[in-house]
Design a protein around this ligand. Structure first.
Ligand code: SDX
Length: 441
């Protein structure tokens, strides 16, 4: 699915941007997206001026035209293919949103049933893959296992390693990955705890089957509470994509070399692992646990987060794009309250989180820098309520993000985008002559 050439043409504004430097002046095209964002097209800048732009972290640089997800950070708006995330969280389910993100539209009943059936079909791993789990130590990081097992799974599907996947093969590959990431996650949890593997139950829907594979025992089926199943659907759904975030950009970078879908998603898992990105949901809980154990006050934590010397950051707060509430944080906070109430859970960490949020939102430092709770601030508390172990929180984020990663992989290839290869400004030594080792100090 590509953005039609006519729409790209329509986005091209009649006005030009003018860049002048050392008496030279050039005009640059300007594009306006469907949500009125403006972008200066610098694709010919170096050819025209010999100069490049410099933007480490790409905070001011657009890497693509995309029609998957729209984020308005100033207003705290998130839309998947035009649908507001709040509406999808209210009315939809993760599998339906995954279809939307992958194929650009909400599925009709027939499409939904076929897609769900494929996910059921692909849940199991090749039996030989189970032996790989014996090779990991019990304390192996689940994100390392997930990334490794995605590439190991690819070895059993050589027919899907060709990057020019046609529609049918992309559907097969994407449903295999979307389905099997659950199985890999559950198997890594079972193995690391010395539990027997629990095989998928094809009677169960996506989230319920995951909970079954995680928590059933050979002698006792896990009872899927509808409240928990709905909470998990919402958890996965709000994580499904987030435009050009670090891990999606990683997947696009890797796919631009025409690497296959499995290895590109495995690369996305590795990028997501970092504590500044998907690893933050784990860091939030660790932060709340240490506050609780050491009886630190919320005020002391806020003070530490403001102290540059402390290197400490209020995890789950702040965002490169959101300078307002992350709508996902609101949705997950509401889910936490609902699930805790219905399941009669009381967790001191939730009280600490709410008091941190309240104080930070009133503090000049946070207000001035527009630092609000992001998706990770409450997500870990929801996972705790469901019974997911702390070391699997980022794996849960990865499962939810798979549809987005795979949609970005496809979008880049559909647009036949060139290999991603940024430039740089060299600041090193200009030239040196080789000196034989005998003559070196
Ligand atoms: C995700 O990109 C995405 O879309 C990501 C994501 C997705 O769905 O894919 O939304 C998921 O990764 C959410 C973010 C999870 N990470 C965290 O919660 C970690 C804590 N947050 C920060 O480290 C930080 O806010 C980032 C990494 C999220 C954003 O960093 P930026 O945009 O590079 O901002 P910055 O580091 O330049 O900070 C600007 C200022 C600095 O202070 P000054 O130098 O201006 O004085 O704000 C301060 C920072 O020190 N600041 C914080 C802070 N976050 C930023 N100070 C204290 N606590 C924080 N959490």
């Amino acid at each position: 699915m590509t953005i039609a050439a006519k729409d790209i043409q329509k986005a091209l504004l009649p006005e030009k941007a003018v860049l002048s430097f050392r008496k030279k002046k050039i005009e640059l095209d300007v594009y306006q997206g469907t949500q009125k964002e403006l972008a200066i097209d610098i694709t010919k800048l170096r050819a025209k001026t010999g100069m490049i732009t410099l933007d480490p972290g790409y905070g001011n640089t657009g890497s693509a035209m995309s029609d998957i997800t729209f984020v308005n950070g100033e207003k705290g708006i998130l839309k998947f293919r035009g649908y507001r995330v709040e509406e999808l969280a209210e009315h939809s389910r993760f599998v339906e949103v995954a279809y939307l993100i992958l194929f650009g539209k909400l599925p009709n009943r027939d499409e939904y049933q076929k897609f769900s059936h494929l996910l059921e079909e692909h849940t199991a791993l090749h039996s030989s893959l189970e032996h790989h789990f014996n090779g990991f130590p019990d304390n192996a990081p689940p994100m390392a296992i997930l990334s490794a097992m995605l590439n190991a799974t690819a070895c059993y599907h050589p027919e899907l390693l060709d990057t020019e996947l046609d529609a049918q093969n992309f559907l097969t590959a994407s449903t295999k990955i979307l389905s099997k990431v659950r199985t890999i996650a559950a198997m890594s949890y079972r193995r690391s705890n010395g539990f027997p593997i629990i095989y998928p139950n094809h009677q169960l829907k996506y989230c319920a089957n995951f909970l079954h594979m995680m928590f059933s025992q050979p002698y006792r089926e896990y009872e899927v509470d509808p409240v928990v199943e709905r909470a998990l659907n919402i958890f996965f759904l709000v994580h499904a994509d987030h435009e050009q975030n670090c891990s999606a950009s990683t997947v696009r970078m890797v796919s631009s070399s025409r690497a296959n879908l499995f290895s590109s998603v495995a690369a996305g898992v590795c990028a997501l692992w970092g504590p500044l990105h998907g690893g933050a949901n784990t860091e939030v809980i660790k932060m709340l646990q240490s506050i609780y154990k050491e009886k630190k006050s919320a005020d002391a934590i806020i003070t530490m987060a403001k102290d540059k010397k402390s290197k400490f950051r209020l995890m789950g707060f702040g965002h490169r794009v959101y300078k307002n509430f992350d709508p996902r944080a609101r949705i997950l906070k509401k889910q936490v309250d609902e699930v805790y109430k219905i399941l009669k859970i009381s967790d001191p960490l939730l009280d600490i989180a709410k008091s941190l949020e309240e104080k930070a939102l009133q503090d000049e430092y946070f207000i001035e820098r527009k630092l609000y709770p992001n998706v990770d601030f409450y997500s870990g508390l929801l996972l705790r309520a469901i019974g997911i172990p702390l070391n699997m929180f980022t794996v849960m984020f990865a499962i939810g993000r798979c549809p987005g990663w795979m949609a970005h992989w496809k979008e880049l290839l559909d647009h036949n985008q060139r290999i991603v290869r940024p430039r740089q400004i060299y600041m090193g030594v200009v030239e040196r002559k080789f000196i034989p080792i005998e003559e070196r100090e």
